[in-house]
Design a protein around this ligand. Structure first.
Ligand code: NDP
Length: 319
């Protein structure tokens, strides 16, 4: 009988962490998960997925090298998935230092710890499509240069190049997944997709409120989180470490997302949506477009669910 692998998921309380833990249990892994304070976190997402009792939870501060080194030494993981860090683009304009430290210093501490321990530990690092900036109508692939336009994207770009550098310079098995937006019922309401779904569902149930949105003329590639975590797992099962774009390959506007949501609930969106300029960001990306063909060709991964499926599944979960 083969021995179970051990995975360490940093940031297990988040959307992706919870789905990834579920997937790894199905693959017979022993799963450890970190939170900044494992005693205080509610781990709501792990409860929702019914896996809270199976996960071994541990506190870790990514920005503290000692903490990172201690956790890796204790857990002895075969694979580390780093999903932790300040993850909101909007909030990154308010907390630029926290964002940069948690993402860039955090990633560096992980890489440096694995290098220091000199063990064959594989690392997945959560990259982001935000690094590309505005792609225009040209779909970004893994060779497209980064033009980050938010503190979040600057931090993710730094983390991406740290991963590439440690792979090249020290031979670490470290991969960045450049993931485009992915949603699920576990998404908090701070993110616009969940705000749209939740508000529209309340309106459909009789609430008199309006939906206040910032710029609805942004275009994104929206996918389904539960299948995006499979791509993370697949990256670490390859013979060679590499970086991959993960996306559906289809882009639509936020206004389309709003329209699909209200249409699904038999409502006319124009009666409920108010564009509020105070919600506009200092800089925003108009267009995010992806070419995920490398993931299809090399990982055998392709998104099954497109934006309309995402809207439908999020509404069904809400109601
Ligand atoms: P979440 O925000 O849901 O989870 C991230 C986790 O990181 C949180 O649960 C939290 O854990 C921890 N965290 C939050 N803020 C900080 C901070 N300031 N310092 C250290 N840790 C922090 O993110 P997702 O699951 O949606 O995303 C996972 C990763 O993928 C993130 O790195 C995100 O930036 C990236 N990503 C996500 C995309 C998406 O569409 N969802 C797209 C592209 C990239 P705790 O409070 O328990 O410590």
């Amino acid at each position: 009988m083969t021995q179970s692998k051990t995975a360490l998921i940093c940031g297990i309380s988040g959307q992706d962490g919870a789905y990834l833990a579920k997937l790894l249990f199905q693959k017979d892994y022993i799963v450890w998960g970190t939170s900044r304070d494992a005693q205080m976190s509610s781990f709501r997402n792990l409860h929702i997925l019914g896996i809270k009792e199976q996960v071994k939870l541990i506190s870790m501060a990514l920005t503290d090298f000692r903490s990172v080194l201690q956790v890796i030494t204790k857990v002895e993981p075969d694979e580390i998935y780093n999903l932790a860090g300040q993850s909101s683009v909007g909030l990154s304009f308010e907390q630029p230092v926290e964002t940069l430290e948690s993402i860039a210093i955090g990633t560096l501490n992980l890489l440096e710890s694995v290098r220091f321990l000199d063990k064959p530990i594989k690392i997945y690092s959560a990259g982001s499509s935000e690094c590309f900036g505005d792609t225009g109508n040209y779909p970004a692939d893994e060779t497209t240069p980064f033009r980050p336009r938010s503190p979040y994207a600057v931090a993710k770009s730094a983390a991406f190049w740290q991963v590439a550098n440690y792979r090249e310079a020290y031979g670490l098995f470290a991969c960045s997944g450049i993931l485009f937006n992915h949603e699920s019922p576990l998404r908090p309401e701070r993110f616009v997709t969940q705000k749209i779904i939740s508000t529209a569902c309340r309106i459909a149930q009789g609430s008199q409120e309006k939906l206040y949105l910032g710029n609805t003329n942004i275009h994104r590639d929206w996918g389904w989180a539960e299948e995006y975590v499979e791509a993370m797992y697949l990256m670490l099962q390859q013979n060679q470490a590499d970086d991959y774009i993960i996306a559906t390959g289809e882009t639509c506007s936020l206004q389309d997302f709003v329209q699909y949501t209200f249409e699904f609930l038999d409502l006319n969106w124009e009666e409920y949506v108010i564009v509020d300029e105070s919600l506009f960001r200092p800089t925003d990306l108009t267009f995010g477009k992806a070419n995920p063909s490398k993931a299809k060709n090399q990982l055998g991964w392709k998104a099954k669910y497109k934006v309309k499926d995402v809207v439908k599944m999020m509404i069904e979960a809400k109601l």
